[in-house]
Design a protein around this ligand. Structure first.
Ligand SMILES: *[C@@H]1O[C@H](CO)[C@@H](O)[C@H](O)[C@H]1NC(C)=O
Ligand SMILES: *[C@@H]1O[C@H](CO)[C@@H](O)[C@H](O)[C@H]1NC(C)=O
Ligand SMILES: *[C@@H]1O[C@H](CO)[C@@H](O)[C@H](O)[C@H]1NC(C)=O
Ligand SMILES: *[C@@H]1O[C@H](CO)[C@@H](O)[C@H](O)[C@H]1NC(C)=O
Ligand SMILES: *[C@@H]1O[C@H](CO)[C@@H](O)[C@H](O)[C@H]1NC(C)=O
Ligand SMILES: *[C@@H]1O[C@H](CO)[C@@H](O)[C@H](O)[C@H]1NC(C)=O
Length: 292
């Protein structure tokens, strides 16, 4: 009760439309990587991420994940978790089910372990996806390309409900290559839900609240160790179709043809990466969101 009132006062002070309880909201799936985790853990069936997510054919996650070190992110700190980097190379060509390689794309993605997210638990009710993201100057992205980094893909693979992109977005000229752009449903004329600079010197922290019944998305964000603040109202966006979350890099070609998975241009000898931290999904069914 005491904690609740404090949170309420706090939220009035910040004129936010949410209250923040001092105790943590219930975590539905926790993808924060313990300090003592090894790269080998990423190849295990019992780790927080599944070992068989989209990535180069015959590559294991332990070959493409890196522990970049550095200060822990906002939400990693209190649970002794560490940052992880997802990297792509010329070998990052995904062949779903072992055939028909997506030769024009370079992919390396982490996904919640199915064993830990059965029954569509991350895509029902009201859930908030948390993650922090930072570029790695040592493995810089080529911003002439479009990168899809965090997305929710429908279970039937016919589209994405939300997509965080950076670089030169294909088919539009209303975004800057240096921005993080959160788009709504994929397809022609995706709605831009939120845009913020992809700053190099600190994590950008996101909390994306998704109401799978009302079909709305609301964005909270901050940089570095600042508490997250509300950035948007709940915005209409079709969240039906369940599916899986992806965290990583999906690098599109330039000049994509009709089949953008298999035609278009990719330069060779790439060594690119993006740093993630503090990945988890919490239940916001009672209105609670962790902002700090
Ligand atoms: C890491 O530390 C935790 C807590 O001390 C422990 O439960 C876990 O088994 C350790 N994991 C590894 C891979 O050593
Ligand atoms: C992956 O391994 C299979 C089976 O050995 C092989 O046929 C295929 O060519 C390999 N793919 C790549 C990209 O090395
Ligand atoms: C999860 O969602 C998919 C797609 O909507 C659906 O086909 C499947 O039955 C759901 N699974 C459960 C256990 O609800
Ligand atoms: C970046 O991508 C463009 C388009 O594919 C390519 O022409 C250019 O050489 C790339 N730059 C680097 C540094 O790889
Ligand atoms: C790009 O901008 C021009 C002028 O503002 C506009 O007419 C055109 O439709 C835009 N193209 C795309 C693909 O958004
Ligand atoms: C997008 O619009 C183009 C041009 O109007 C059309 O040819 C294409 O089929 C549309 N794609 C989708 C996925 O709706």
């Amino acid at each position: 009760m005491f904690a609740w009132s404090l949170g309420l006062l706090c939220s009035i002070g910040l004129s936010q439309a949410v209250y923040v309880r001092r105790q943590a909201a219930t975590i539905t799936w926790d993808g924060r990587v313990p300090e003592n985790a090894t790269l080998g853990d990423f190849d295990s069936n019992s780790f927080v991420f599944r070992p068989d997510s989209p990535k180069g054919q015959n590559l294991s996650l332990s070959q493409l994940v890196v522990f970049p070190g550095g200060n822990p992110s906002l939400f990693d700190q209190k649970v002794a978790a560490k940052s992880i980097e997802v990297t792509i190379s010329d070998k990052s060509i995904f062949a779903p089910g072992g055939s028909n390689p997506q030769s024009a794309i370079r992919r390396a993605e982490l996904q919640p372990n199915v064993a830990q997210t059965a029954n569509n638990i991350t895509t029902t009710g009201i859930k908030t996806i948390h993650f922090s993201i930072k570029p790695d100057p040592q493995r810089a992205l080529n911003l002439s390309h479009e990168y899809l980094m965090t997305f929710l893909e429908r279970a039937d693979f016919t589209g994405d409900q939300i997509m965080l992109k950076t670089g030169t977005l294909i088919g539009r000229n209303d975004t800057s290559p240096n921005d993080l752009v959160l788009l709504g449903n994929s397809g022609n004329g995706s709605t831009t839900l939120f845009t913020t600079p992809f700053t190099a010197d600190a994590f950008t922290n996101f909390a994306i609240k998704m109401d799978f019944t009302a079909n709305t998305v609301q964005v909270f964000s901050s940089t570095g160790s600042e508490a997250l603040t509300q950035q948007t109202e709940p915005l209409p966006n079709d969240l039906s179709g369940n599916g899986d979350l992806h965290f990583g890099l999906f690098k599109n070609p330039t000049d994509p043809g009709e089949d953008s998975l298999r035609s278009g241009f990719q330069e060779s000898e790439i060594n690119e990466g993006v740093v993630y931290a503090g990945i988890f999904v919490e239940d916001s069914g009672d209105g609670a969101i962790s902002l700090s």
